[in-house]
Design a protein around this ligand. Sequence first.
Ligand SMILES: Nc1ncnc2c1ncn2[C@@H]1O[C@H](COP(=O)(O)OP(=O)(O)O)[C@@H](O)[C@H]1O
Ligand SMILES: O=C(O)C[C@@H](O)[C@H](O)C(=O)COP(=O)(O)O
Length: 336
Amino acid sequence: MTYVSFPDTRKMDFTAIGRLCIDLNANEINRPMEETMTFTKYVGGSPANITIGMSRLGMETAFIGKIANDQMGRFINSYLERNGIDTSNVVTDDTGAVTGLAFTEIKSPTDCSILMYRDHVADLLLQSREVQEQLIADSKVLLISGTALAKSPSREAVFQALAYAKKHGTIIVFDLDYRPYTWTSAEETAVYYNLAAEKCDIILGTREEFDMMETFDHNPDHSDQVTAQKWFDFSAKIVIIKHGKEGSIAYTGEGLSHQADSYPARVVKTFGAGDSYAAGFLYGLMQGWTIERSMAFGSAAASIVISSHSCSDAMPTVEQVNDYIERCNRGEITVS
Ligand SMILES: Nc1ncnc2c1ncn2[C@@H]1O[C@H](COP(=O)(O)OP(=O)(O)O)[C@@H](O)[C@H]1O
Ligand SMILES: O=C(O)C[C@@H](O)[C@H](O)C(=O)COP(=O)(O)O
């Protein structure tokens, strides 16, 4: 059964809007940040990671964002271009803003955290008039991510992109990607997340992220079913709630639910799971696969990325994901 009909005559498969940042991942792992001396630099930012993932999977991709006018900004731009991502709507800041940094702490495979440096970052300065309507009209999918809603003018830019997507029938995906830093209150966060989610066809988030959105709702048992049901009265066709190692559950407007287990992984660090899952799942759905097969493909992609040092650079190809699934099926990867 087809739950989402993607427009079929568009030159761009997938366009994302939001932050382009730098991840600095600890080289000396299994210790606190205080004792970490060296880091490896990668392109980061959840929507950037997902776009890189989609590109690795062979999709035509583009990005809408703003980079700093410095070495970090140029590093990001050239990495995107080397990965075949259209950067014609990546604009350069001219106000002296900086690139957001995410230092990752890997204390153990299950105890990871991120230290964000996000004061005066370029990505939150994207303006609505800088969003190219034609690019969105030419795309099958527009992905938004919640962090870009945290501040103006990036907030308005995302809503403008949503308006263009609605106008042109572009399928809208919302990766909640809630990062408390840069939001000022629980009320502000919930209001803007809810306003954006009303317009989206596919919504992906963790249980904790949906809990944040339900600040004004009645869902005392944190029921996934109750969470999902709310969005089918708006635009949603699929709502996915992710539960880390426990797997994920997808709901569709017909009242059906689909459960996916996680794949085994030799976990190096847990971040990057959600971004690779999103890329794998969306890729599958755009191939016309069932929701279950798409979720399994996303889950396997996630296991590959959390078994690696980076998020963006470790995004797998189709062959790598299929090979991983086969190796798991043969019992060759059992550590979880
Ligand atoms: N420890 C783990 N082992 C195996 N797979 C995992 C693990 N953590 C996450 N995953 C996979 O990644 C998916 C998304 O992870 P999750 O942690 O829920 O999202 P996020 O990274 O956005 O917080 C899960 O549904 C699961 O398939
Ligand atoms: O999103 C960021 O700014 C940091 C990411 O690049 C980072 O690697 C990460 O946290 C990935 O997020 P996840 O996939 O939700 O775990």
